[in-house]
Design a protein. Structure first.
Length: 721
């Protein structure tokens, strides 16, 4: 077990012990004595608190948050002090216990002697002293006073436990002298940090077999320029919207990274207050990773993209160029083109005559689409990955037809100067009973070859009971439409082709337990076979037919964390009236792509995590109104905006979708950009110019991933005979 996890478990157990002492005994000297014993036991495990994880920064002391309750009670910190670091006489306004890990922290104790009748003044009297070092501790009642000075020759580390978090103690005071006098507010440290891990430690974590969520909290555009191979992009601006789905277990080991630690530290603070308790930040950000000689990657969904290239390289997946496929079409040869993307992507552009059949659906539906074994089956996507995986799925399933991937997909078709169709709606129909039977036979062959394990609902219940110790992802690999019509409670919608194509957008914890389900097993087995080859060890298929258990309906609704207080809202009609009067301005927190496609006229685009940087550019209207596509991000952003706007802030109820439903007008383009559009990684077809060159660059990038993952060495892709 890693130091991170052992420390998190020891901290949690200690906090729970101290919580129990307070609950049983209240806040008394006797209770504090028992708390000291518990905290000393934790501090004596000095191997859990290496200096590299809790360094002094820039020659000064540093304070690290180890635990904090969601309601800001029971907060534990590690205080790293440099020789000579001192604090004047101060109180806490809550109970406090301090225990030594290493080094000496000399304390002088005082009691207040005045009657509190003179506002802003008081007197104190010295009552004792003690040097806190490993093996001992001190404790204080709420109005006890003390001074601190680090007297050891080197850096010291001490554990500080409080009955309330430091940020929630606004009435703490300090005196300038040892006898009292004028009292001043004793401010909380504004830069409380989270423990660090080095690049070398993180490299080892990626291969130690323990669960690890590696989260890059920069915006997607920044992430796409350079990031770690297994990093999952969850921008700080959208953290509360995505983290629960991607990292559901609060005790999972979670390392945050960014460019320079600043965003990652902010994210760690937020996550601890949301209940995550096993956190660390990559020291020095991704630059430290590069300086350690490790590989950085560009693009998005890189593990899945690299896997597709690995499969083509090692399985020698057959392919045809756009020109070769076009020649066969022109010659009227017997062939069917299956587009393995979701329908929404297919409708943007598709190969002429192509039929939409998303990746996991191919083996399920192909038998009716190409019943004659002589029919050539061509699988395409926009670029390469889903073409390769889709074609190889059919080959692995052993269908009698010749199967090929369209080299470079619709991009290759476009670059060859060939015309694409747009706005089509041709979809492969659900399979016939005969087609289903053939699909089941094919899936059984795949299950045997790749060792796909099946579990029943009793086993799933056991997995669910173990969620506190093992991360569990229950993933419904059917189409979104089928999921919406009815699904198993607790399942997430993860269409199989997309799950393989972009695993990091569905599963954020490496070495987690994955259970896949559909209504027949075929699509789940095909998806599981690919995840196993990608290196996922604990992948299971929920067996049996149980449509009667699909009792939840509707599209997936992700759980949004952290909306504890809601800013007052306006209806679309109320906002429209205010805008007409010039009394309000709208700040839109949609992605820059969505903003460009359509927004409330006059609305300004902004990125939530960067609001302080654009404070001076905010509109001058009397009131600011936040919005986002469904209103959730607008609600979160409103709380941030209230802290800097210095005027009323409200939220558009239901977000921009409600504005559209009300039939109110929309504008397009980039009319009011408060910030750079760094929030989105632009695919070639997202661009308004230079599209062809972007396509060439993208395709070259995909092909080169095979060599790059060999240099990196962390991918655990597998080959099966």
């Amino acid at each position: 077990m890693s130091i991170m996890t052992r420390r998190a478990e020891a901290v949690a157990a200690t906090v729970e012990t101290i919580r129990g002492i307070e609950r049983a005994q209240g806040v008394t000297r006797a209770a504090l004595a028992a708390m000291k014993t518990a905290l000393i036991a934790l501090a004596e495990q000095d191997e859990l608190f290496p200096a590299a994880h809790f360094p002094v920064r820039n020659g000064a002391g540093a304070l690290y948050r180890l635990a904090e309750d969601a309601d800001q009670r029971f907060a534990l910190y590690a205080s790293a002090g440099v020789p000579g670091k001192a604090q004047p006489p101060h109180n806490h306004t809550t109970w406090a216990v301090i225990a030594g890990v290493r080094g000496d922290e000399h304390n002088v104790f005082y009691e207040r002697t005045d009657d509190h009748s003179a506002p802003g003044r008081g007197t104190i009297r010295r009552t004792g002293e003690l040097t806190v070092r490993r093996g001992n501790a001190i404790a204080f009642l709420p109005d006890d006073f003390h001074t601190i000075e680090v007297t050891s020759p080197g850096p010291a580390l001490h554990l500080h436990m409080y009955g309330m978090s430091l940020e929630n103690l606004p009435e703490r005071i300090q005196f300038a002298t040892s006898t009292g006098g004028a009292a001043q507010v004793f401010p909380a440290n504004p830069n409380i940090a989270t423990a660090l891990v080095s690049a070398a430690e993180l490299k080892a974590m990626l291969n130690d077999g323990e669960e690890l969520a590696l989260v890059d909290v920069r915006e997607e555009g920044e992430f796409g320029r350079s990031h770690l191979f297994f990093a999952c992009c969850i921008p700080l601006s959208r953290l509360e919207l995505r983290i629960d789905a991607l990292v559901p277990r609060r005790g999972a080991r979670l390392v945050l990274c960014d460019g320079d630690e600043s965003l990652a530290q902010r994210a760690a603070t937020r996550l601890m207050k949301l209940g995550y308790r096993n956190l660390a930040v990559l020291a020095g950000g991704i630059e430290s990773w590069r300086q350690a000689g490790y590989e950085l990657f560009s693009g998005v969904n890189v593990p899945s993209k690299a896997f597709g290239e690995f499969i083509e390289h090692h399985d020698e997946t057959p392919r045809l160029t756009a020109a070769e496929v076009k020649a066969k079409l022109d010659a009227g040869e017997d062939m069917v083109i299956l587009d393995s993307r979701p329908l929404s992507e297919y409708q943007v552009m598709n190969i002429p005559t192509g039929v939409d059949c998303p990746g996991a659906e191919l083996v399920w539906r192909v038998h009716d689409m190409a019943p004659d074994p002589k029919t050539l089956v061509v699988v395409n996507c926009a670029g390469r990955t889903r073409s390769i995986i889709g074609a190889q799925s059919l080959i692995n399933a052993g269908i009698p037809n010749k199967v090929v991937a369209l080299k470079d997909g619709t991009m290759g078709w476009h670059l060859a100067g060939l015309a694409l169709e747009h706005g089509q709606a041709r979809s492969a129909p659900p399979p016939s009973e005969a087609g289903k039977a053939k699909a089941r036979e094919a899936a059984d062959r795949v299950a045997r070859r790749f060792g796909v394990r099946r579990v029943d609902r009793a086993a799933l219940a056991r997995f669910a009971a173990e969620r506190e110790r093992r991360s569990l992802y229950l993933l419904d690999v059917r189409t979104p439409e089928e999921f919406a019509a009815g699904h198993l409670p607790g399942a997430r919608s993860a269409p199989g082709g997309q799950l393989v194509q972009a695993t990091d957008t569905y599963v954020g914890t490496r070495n987690a337990r994955l259970v896949l389900l559909d209504d027949d097993g075929v699509r789940a087995i095909m998806t599981a076979s690919w995840l196993i080859q990608m290196g996922w060890d604990e992948v299971f298929v929920l067996e049996g037919s149980f449509p009667d258990a699909f009792t939840e309906t509707g599209a997936e609704r992700l759980r949004v964390l952290g909306i504890d207080r809601r800013t007052a809202s306006l209806s679309p009609q109320e906002l429209s009236a205010l805008l007409a009067q010039g009394d309000a301005a709208v700040i839109d927190f949609a992605t820059s792509l969505d903003y460009r496609k359509g927004h409330i006229p006059g609305a300004s685009f902004a990125i939530r995590s960067r609001l302080p940087a654009v404070k001076e550019r905010l509109p001058r209207a009397k009131m600011l109104v936040t919005t986002s596509p469904d209103g959730a991000l607008g609600q979160l952003a409103a709380a941030d905006l209230e802290r800097i706007a210095e005027r009323p802030v409200k939220v558009l109820a239901g977000g921009t979708a409600a504005w559209r439903c009300a039939g109110l007008p929309f504008a397009e383009g980039e009319e009011a950009m408060l910030d750079e559009p760094i929030d989105v990684f632009h695919r070639p077809y997202d661009r308004s110019r230079g599209v062809e060159q972007a396509m060439r660059d993208y395709l070259s990038w995909e092909v080169d991933l095979v060599r790059q993952i060999e240099r990196d060495g962390d991918a655990r892709f597998r080959r099966f005979a």
